[in-house]
Design a binder for this molecule. Structure first.
Ligand SMILES: *[C@@H]1O[C@H](CO)[C@@H](O)[C@H](O)[C@H]1NC(C)=O
Ligand SMILES: *[C@@H]1O[C@H](CO)[C@@H](O)[C@H](O)[C@H]1NC(C)=O
Ligand SMILES: *[C@@H]1O[C@H](CO)[C@@H](O)[C@H](O)[C@H]1NC(C)=O
Ligand SMILES: *[C@@H]1O[C@H](CO)[C@@H](O)[C@H](O)[C@H]1NC(C)=O
Ligand SMILES: *[C@@H]1O[C@H](CO)[C@@H](O)[C@H](O)[C@H]1NC(C)=O
Ligand SMILES: *[C@@H]1O[C@H](CO)[C@@H](O)[C@H](O)[C@H]1NC(C)=O
Ligand SMILES: *[C@@H]1O[C@H](CO)[C@@H](O)[C@H](O)[C@H]1NC(C)=O
Ligand SMILES: *[C@@H]1O[C@H](CO)[C@@H](O)[C@H](O)[C@H]1NC(C)=O
Ligand SMILES: *[C@@H]1O[C@H](CO)[C@@H](O)[C@H](O)[C@H]1NC(C)=O
Ligand SMILES: *[C@@H]1O[C@H](CO)[C@@H](O)[C@H](O)[C@H]1NC(C)=O
Ligand SMILES: *[C@@H]1O[C@H](CO)[C@@H](O)[C@H](O)[C@H]1NC(C)=O
Ligand SMILES: *[C@@H]1O[C@H](CO)[C@@H](O)[C@H](O)[C@H]1NC(C)=O
Length: 385
């Protein structure tokens, strides 16, 4: 029964129609704190800003030095698109493999589309005097969205007809921290289920949500958020999982924040120091899920793409019964913060009278138990004899 439950919990389901990955994550999911380098400077050049992973697990990334778009599958370069667009800041690929990218610093200007026959077309009316720092294509309404960081605005255009006008979907152009304004916004994400727009409002240290068609946002995370969340220091990117939980690049804190049933907590780079070790990041800039729920981070100042594996079934503790996604309330023997599931397990095994333990996701606190009550659903992980 438990095996079946675990099996059901770990099924990853994609959302059809979209080109990117919004995995359905297991309850209480967590990721290995140590990343592996999937792509490095030798392959992708310096100062990578954005990349894209489609549902076939192909990674698209501009080499900003050479002006090529590189396609990787399982770590191997499978294609390079030589289009002579250097310094491109953002890329998005739709479900018919059309590539949208920033071509501000090229003869094309603004943003352009590369069709599957590798012809490049500037997108009409998008030749604005400011660079797009993030692009998002919404398959539901065939709109392309662009984050004009230097103009503190998000704009959108329908791709159905060339003459469709540009519209402002967030920000007034004046840098400020009111519900209608933004300050140096970077990453954007549209929830295709309802066209809600999420904005990484870097300069205001917050993530804003503009409900579809509204120009007044609410603060989901960060400075002055409606619910108590977590402090952000220049968020630069957001992605949503299947259940519309947010995953955020907290760039100036060099860490990744994730949301689950219990709110927001740090997932990666949580030691708050910046660096180049496998458990560290240095000004990460964007993130994406692969189809399996692993997190890929563009670790900008380290010139690398890091992969953090979803740790779904490596929970084990000797002959204890594992309860992923459960708390065992009460009966605390002692506790300690900043543990991992493995170190919490080892500790329990070494303590006489430890009958069970719970690893809290928030703060990574390990609680040893001298007995246990009924387990209940929570985004923590537990084990008991
Ligand atoms: C991460 O790496 C460190 C140092 O190599 C190691 O001590 C730690 O156990 C690793 N953590 C996991 C979850 O593998
Ligand atoms: C970068 O990756 C390539 C291919 O995986 C590898 O051969 C090379 O040694 C790496 N370079 C550095 C500096 O790590
Ligand atoms: C990407 O750019 C770097 C720096 O110019 C270069 O050394 C590297 O060969 C390029 N990568 C590919 C796959 O061409
Ligand atoms: C994904 O791969 C399948 C099978 O190889 C192929 O039919 C499909 O066109 C691919 N989709 C994209 C978006 O590349
Ligand atoms: C990229 O493609 C061009 C032309 O197809 C080729 O000459 C070049 O060697 C390729 N570069 C890499 C790094 O594969
Ligand atoms: C690439 O673009 C630069 C300037 O935009 C130009 O000088 C150069 O000739 C172009 N190279 C190719 C191969 O088109
Ligand atoms: C590259 O882009 C940055 C902004 O992202 C800009 O400041 C710089 O001038 C650009 N360089 C070139 C050579 O276009
Ligand atoms: C490339 O495809 C577009 C439409 O997808 C078409 O309009 C254009 O003529 C094609 N170009 C070439 C060179 O085949
Ligand atoms: C938080 O927001 C308030 C106004 O909403 C602003 O005055 C303040 O500077 C912000 N603080 C930070 C750290 O961003
Ligand atoms: C605040 O938290 C409540 C309860 O979890 C939730 O229903 C609500 O949507 C949250 N509000 C925002 C703005 O995230
Ligand atoms: C956390 O950072 C401190 C100071 O940089 C370092 O001494 C310590 O080893 C780090 N701990 C881990 C688990 O990485
Ligand atoms: C668990 O394993 C230990 C050591 O192998 C053994 O002494 C103990 O009886 C086992 N407990 C259960 C409940 O099977």
């Amino acid at each position: 029964m438990l095996n079946l439950l675990i099996f059901l919990l770990f099924i990853i389901i994609g959302i059809s129609g979209i080109s990117y990955n919004r995995p359905r994550l297991p309850f209480g999911a967590f990721w290995n704190e140590n990343g592996t380098t999937i792509l490095n400077k030798t392959l992708i050049g310096s100062d990578p800003l954005d990349f894209f992973i489609n549902q076939n697990n192909t990674i698209y990334i501009p080499n900003r030095s050479t002006g090529q778009i590189l396609l990787f599958f399982q770590g191997n370069l499978i294609k390079n698109v030589s289009i002579n667009v250097t310094n491109s800041s953002t890329i998005f690929v739709n479900n018919i493999n059309a590539i949208y990218l920033d071509t501000f610093y090229s003869i094309y200007g603004g943003i352009s589309q590369i069709t599957s026959n590798l012809t490049i077309y500037p997108i009409s009316r998008m030749n604005i005097c400011s660079q797009c720092f993030d692009l998002f294509y919404n398959d539901q309404n065939e709109m392309i969205y662009c984050s004009l960081s230097e103009r503190h605005q998000i704009i959108a255009k329908s791709l159905v007809n060339d003459w469709n006008p540009l519209s402002v979907v967030g920000g007034t152009g004046r840098p400020d921290s009111t519900p209608t304004t933004l300050r140096r916004p970077y990453g954007i994400f549209i929830d295709e289920a309802n066209s809600d727009l999420y904005v990484a409002d870097c300069g205001n240290n917050r993530v804003q949500k503009f409900s579809s068609g509204k120009l007044t946002a609410i603060t989901k995370v960060g400075n002055n958020s409606i619910n108590l969340t977590i402090n952000l220091n220049c968020p630069t990117a957001i992605v949503l999982d299947f259940d519309a939980y947010l995953f955020i690049v907290d760039s100036d804190n060099s860490r990744i924040i994730g949301e689950n049933q219990n709110g927001f907590h740090c997932l990666i780079g949580c030691n708050v120091s910046t660096g180049s070790a496998s458990n560290q990041l240095n000004q990460p800039w964007s993130l994406n899920f692969d189809p399996y729920g692993n997190i890929f981070v563009n670790d900008r100042r380290n010139n690398r793409i890091q992969k953090f594996d979803l740790d779904s079934n490596t929970l084990n503790c000797s002959n204890m019964t594992i309860l992923p996604g459960y708390d065992l309330p009460g009966y605390d023997l002692m506790s300690q913060p900043s543990m991992t599931f493995a170190s919490c397990c080892t500790w329990c095994l070494s303590v006489v009278n430890c009958k069970a333990f719970t690893m809290e996701t928030l703060g990574n606190r390990c609680f040893l138990k001298y007995a246990y009550g009924s387990p209940y659903s929570k985004a923590d992980n537990s084990a008991r004899y």
